[in-house]
Design a protein around this ligand. Structure first.
Ligand SMILES: [Zn+2]
Length: 529
């Protein structure tokens, strides 16, 4: 009878436990990609406790558990710079993320996120988590707490109060500040306010990440994607804060091709000393609330105020004209079949169906004007979220190829059967490895891994994650470069990916030969601790 690995380990311990040749976990025979961009090499990885303690030829090593991974890639666990972690307290195992190979996710993007942050982090910690989480402080959350949904500049006192919230959140462990200047109430803020609050985050060593004020051609003169990028770069310069243009994209056909301009802007800002970078999800469709098609001024002070404005004939015409414009030139993609409902609490039969389907069901002509009426109807019934097929593949590839673009999901934690999500919630990281590396050759594998690991970890400020090195945390993903792929589609989104048989978080195996184990080895990460 062959001795079991555990017995071997015990014998090794008798012979001198704690010597360098004994490990809790040995990952043997794989091809390492360490996250730095360096070429792959064959090597074993030895883990003790929550750390990587040896890399190299560890043939003599004895371990409590050995995983043979010949032919597989062994990489640092993926670090997701843009995650909607809102359901974390309900879905603490984070399976939809962990099964993509994500071991650390950054929450509270787009200006959102919990306040007070410290209490929330304590609650999450007590539950136990499937992956590591870090958080930002969201400008919209802060502004809403202090000023509600009022469409005006803050008083000096209100600005001080907002500064206080940012400072407090940074003290409680936030890694930076996020804004969502296209959303409420961030859309009502001017540049100076955002710079002032970003300075507070910068003083604590934080960074700035922004859903830009505009991502398409823009109906207001001087307010397009190009201006939105310019504003974020100016915030970086004036607040002296590292920035991220998050989920960077070019929305709407009239502006397709503009990635060349925005990437050049990033390059020249970097050359001038602003520490600017980008993150991106690998799809040609966006996802957000249907209210994104509705002008912000019409939504000031909340749903009742919106309904009231809509009773006024003049305002109603103006609101409808703005929505119709957005359907033609912006996220609507000039075709009602490009707006696909995702979550519709008041009529789940619309989930997965399009604005065009809805128009036809009502016996209406699927024109942009009819689409605008239906968007207002959706708003009046309590809103909805939708997928907008309004990006161009060439822009996606140009942005992905930029050396300072990280891969990030912009996904929300989910589970099968819940609404009709964007497939990025399940498939972002394997899609890049399968489609964009293996099938299309847009990225080299080493470069793709760097964009998923060290690049985002460095931006958050996690020096011992996002890398395979002795001494680093044992956050590790093992995938098969021949088979890794996303399976979630726009038609059938609730699909876990393939080809990612092992995921290890802080030394604990949580995806084990393809099976998810709810062992909760994740940690709440707090800046400075
Ligand atoms: Zn966003």
């Amino acid at each position: 009878m062959r001795p079991s690995p555990a017995l071997l380990f015990a014998l090794a311990c008798l012979a001198g436990c704690g010597e360098s040749a004994s490990y809790d976990l040995l990952i043997r025979g794989g091809t390492l990609i360490d996250g730095s961009g360096a070429p792959r090499r064959v090597a074993d990885v030895g883990v003790r406790g929550d750390r990587i303690v040896a890399i190299g030829d560890l043939a003599d090593g004895v371990a409590a558990r050995t995983i043979e991974v010949e032919g597989m890639i062994v990489a640092p666990g993926f670090v997701d710079l843009h995650t909607h972690l809102d359901p974390l307290l309900r879905l603490p195992s984070a399976e939809s993320h962990v099964r993509q190979g994500v071991t650390t996710a950054l929450g509270a993007p787009d200006g959102g996120g919990p306040l007070p942050l410290g209490d929330y982090l304590d609650e999450a910690e007590a539950l136990g988590l499937g992956m590591n989480v870090a958080f930002l402080v969201g400008h919209n959350s802060v502004r809403r707490a202090v000023m509600g949904l009022e469409n005006r500049a803050p008083t000096a006192g209100e600005l001080d109060e907002m500064r206080g919230w940012v400072a407090r959140s940074m003290g409680e462990g936030a890694f930076g500040i996020s804004t969502g200047l296209k959303y409420l109430p961030g859309a009502f803020s001017e540049l100076d306010e955002v710079v002032a609050l970003s300075r507070v985050a910068a003083d604590s060593g934080g960074f700035y990440t922004s859903h830009l004020r505009e991502e398409g051609i823009g109906r207001t003169p001087g307010l397009s994607l190009i201006d939105g990028v310019g504003e974020a770069l100016e915030i970086g310069r004036r607040a002296e804060i590292p920035i991220v243009l998050t989920h960077h994209k070019v929305v709407g056909q009239p502006l397709w091709g503009a990635a060349a301009t925005t990437l050049a802007m990033v390059d020249s800002a970097r050359a001038a000393g602003t520490d600017a970078m980008i993150d991106q999800y690998p799809y040609t469709a966006t996802y957000t609330g249907i209210s994104i098609l509705v002008p912000a001024w019409a939504q000031a002070d909340g749903p009742d105020a919106f309904a009231e404005r809509f009773e006024d004939a003049q305002l109603r015409d103006s609101i409808l004209a703005d929505i119709e414009w957005a359907i033609i030139n912006d996220r609507g993609g000039n075709d009602l079949s490009r707006v696909q409902f995702a979550r519709v609490s008041w009529d789940p039969t619309l989930e997965g169906r399009t604005l065009r389907d809805w128009a036809e069901r009502e016996g209406l002509d699927p024109t942009p004007a009819v689409g605008a009426q239906l968007v207002v109807e959706a708003m009046r019934r309590g809103g909805a979220s939708a997928i907008y097929h309004a990006l161009d593949e060439a822009d996606v590839e140009a942005i992905m190829s930029h050396p300072f673009t990280a891969i990030a999901s912009d996904g929300r934690l989910t589970q099968p059967g819940s609404g009709h999500p964007h497939p990025r919630w399940y498939g972002t990281f394997p899609r890049v490895l399968g489609r964009y590396v293996r099938d299309e050759g847009v990225l080299e594998l080493e470069e793709a891994v760097r964009k998923m690991t060290r690049l985002p970890a460095s931006r958050i400020g996690l020096p011992d994650r996002g890398r395979l090195e002795e001494g680093a945390f044992a956050d590790i993903v093992v995938f098969d470069p021949q088979t890794v792929r996303d399976r979630a589609t726009f038609q059938d989104p609730h699909q876990y990916p393939e080809g990612i048989p092992w995921v290890i978080v802080n030394g604990a195996v949580t995806v084990d030969d393809g099976r998810f184990d709810d062992v909760r080895p994740g940690r709440v990460l707090r800046r400075g601790r």
